[in-house]
Design a protein around this ligand. Structure first.
Ligand SMILES: CC(C)(COP(=O)(O)OP(=O)(O)OC[C@H]1O[C@@H](n2cnc3c(N)ncnc32)[C@H](O)[C@@H]1OP(=O)(O)O)[C@@H](O)C(=O)NCCC(=O)NCCS
Length: 111
């Protein structure tokens, strides 16, 4: 079992909200649609970025060729986030996300 964690400042993502080039480089269409549908767009972008980093940390020792943009997040019908690798659901990793004031955090466990 491997663990990965990441914390991000939401502020950093405020400037990216209108930077289409950056957004498309880092996030999938689904991640952008989900985040844009929320009141605090930067918060949801930031936590998705944290999720990618945490998942990468948990998976990197198993998959050296993995890059951050191979990893994406989709929420299940009940809201629980799920990691996808190259658009395929990854059942070998569990992730948990949280937002609080100026920060977001993500923890990933790969098993
Ligand atoms: C889902 C819930 C736990 C989220 O908690 P919160 O404190 O409001 O919000 P947080 O910032 O910590 O977490 C938000 C993230 O939780 C995740 N989440 C949402 N629903 C989830 C679920 N069913 N299971 C796991 N994670 C979930 C999402 O990733 C969300 O972020 P996103 O929208 O950017 O993807 C909460 O809204 C809820 O429904 N609670 C009901 C359960 C309850 O009674 N809790 C109290 C028990 S002590």
């Amino acid at each position: 079992m491997k663990v990965g964690i990441d914390i991000e400042k939401i502020e950093r993502f405020n400037k990216y909200v209108k930077d289409e080039e950056y957004l498309k480089r880092i996030f999938t269409k689904e991640e952008l649609l989900y985040s844009m549908s929320k009141k605090n767009i930067a918060q949801h972008l930031a936590v998705r970025f944290a999720a990618k980093e945490a998942a990468w940390k948990a998976l990197s020792s198993k998959n050296k060729k993995l890059i951050i943009t191979d990893i994406s997040v989709k929420n299940n019908k009940d809201g629980k986030p799920q990691i996808y690798i190259k658009n395929k659901k990854c059942n070998k990793i569990d992730i948990s996300l949280s937002h609080a004031d100026k920060y977001v955090a993500a923890v990933a466990i790969a098993f």
